[in-house]
Design a protein around this ligand. Sequence first.
Ligand SMILES: C[S@@+](CC[C@H](N)C(=O)[O-])C[C@H]1O[C@@H](n2cnc3c(N)ncnc32)[C@H](O)[C@@H]1O
Length: 252
Amino acid sequence: MIKKIKKYWEASSKKYQEKSTISTSYAHYGPYAPHEDKLKLLGNIKNKKILEIGCGGGQCSIAFAKRGAVCKGLDICVEQIKYAKELAKKEKVNVDFSTKNIQNLEGIKSNSYDIVFSAFALQYIPNLKKCFKEVNRVLKKNGLFVFSFDHPFYSSLDPKTSKLVLNYNKLKICSQETIRPDGSKIEFIAYTHKISETYKCLVDNNFIVEEIIEPFDEKIEKGWTKNFWKKVYPLKLVRLIGPTIIFKSKKK
Ligand SMILES: C[S@@+](CC[C@H](N)C(=O)[O-])C[C@H]1O[C@@H](n2cnc3c(N)ncnc32)[C@H](O)[C@@H]1O
């Protein structure tokens, strides 16, 4: 599965970056969610060591670096990391970007980061347990683990009718064949992580869950721009359930 997920992102990175136009002025949490400067979940990040997992084009790490944090960004996709490195150069900030499957943080020192952050990437990780164990290992005591992904309720709705069409109890994997602009087909795979499962997984891995946020901000201006994303996240639907859920937790 990981191979298929990587293949999808290698093929889609260019379009994703062109269409989503994610800002580097602030760190975002996902579609229709307020950005970090509004939510203030991370506190003052000046001189803090931040590891971003599933960093994509690196916009969040770049925004953190602009605020004085020391950042490392990891992503499985070579194209996304290439984009991130070029973007950091263009924005004249220093971020250490490299390719890595974030299910395992092998090679990263234990107790070495103040914050681990992830925006809209952990829905592509089948095994959160393994990933959270690793995140806990690399965080310092009292270090923050703040992340967002697809709201699992949102995955139960039919985008056309807004009706509940899937059984929440049975949601696990979303696999969809998508057609690329050149007519070729590619499989998109994502996982639905139920709220209770994510909460338990955090607690079982030595985290205290401080906040679960289910935001909805219709007025987002930049980043996840409405023109492109309204196809994926129709306004009628997102008014019923915001598509993003955010967890803030702390290593015990
Ligand atoms: C929706 S994008 C989000 C990227 C970025 N955080 C952003 O906000 O634009 C999901 C990212 O997760 C990455 N990803 C998926 N599975 C991964 C894995 N096992 N290890 C590392 N990155 C992964 C993809 O390559 C992609 O860049």
